[in-house]
Design a protein around this ligand. Sequence first.
Ligand code: ZN
Length: 334
Amino acid sequence: MSFRVATQQLLLAVLLCLGVISPAKAEWDTKAIEGRDYVAVDGMKSFYGFDSVTRAGNTVSLENKKIKVELRIGAQECLMNGVKFVFSYKVEELNGKAWISRIDLAKLVDPVLRPSYIDNAGNFRTVILDAGHGGKDPGATNAIGTEAGYNLMVAERAKKLLETAGYKVVMTRDSNRYLTLQERVDVANRVKDNAIFISIHHNSGGSAARGIETFTLSPVGVAHYGRGFNQSDLQERAGNGHDSANVALATAVHGCLIRRLDKNTFDRGIKRARFSVLTGVQHPSILVECGFMTHPYEARMIHNEAYRNAVVKGIVDAVDRYRKAVSLKAPAKP
Ligand SMILES: [Zn+2]
């Protein structure tokens, strides 16, 4: 059996085991492109119940009453109901058709489109909030404040609202003190109940860099956004046990923030990384960057309590939205 046939069969077997497809409906066309497994975008139509697949120039859109997915050939960015995701690999074109990498389909698109199929999300009542930096590490700074300070203000306010909503909240820090990244991971992993972990940061970059971005752990075998591949990308980390839940949580937080904030807020997308807190924490985890300390306008916004409250409301909405999405019962498996 050739390697390619074997991988095609493996993909089919995985999808069947997940209850994703019944054998009669399995119409995936798969292909190896540059040594990587790809799946024809056409196959997503019947599988996920889209009414239409249309193409205009390089943009391929799949649509039904509830969701619109927009892919661009040659690009890594994908929009699902207007929320931006950055794929691990480009969408390719071959034989006049669009192809998406198997890893982006299985590890990103699928958990977003069908969060109720995520097995290990569990029912949780505990939220771990990680205010980034602190103490001798102020994080990004500007003339009016420190990132460590703003991160804590957002976390403290989110704690209050989440507790009011009935959640138990664990903070990695509740004062301006220094913690190593490992100490943050240790605080989170001491929580034995089902929980989710949200690390709160504010960004820095060139003076033109702006917007919101959310990071989830890179799947095994994928180089994270903006970096070349290296051997350590093949190593499985603790956080990979929650690959699907991580993406579902990122989708909820990022989508709710974009919805809550001013419509001109720039959406930098949901991206992949192997930050220590994402690799080490044994609960579904994300890291959210709530604006740029180095952008003149965003720096003023971050300093403004109304903006921070909108960020907090976005996070609190997202926790509820995620819990509902992963708690809905998936249809019976065939
Ligand atoms: Zn930071």
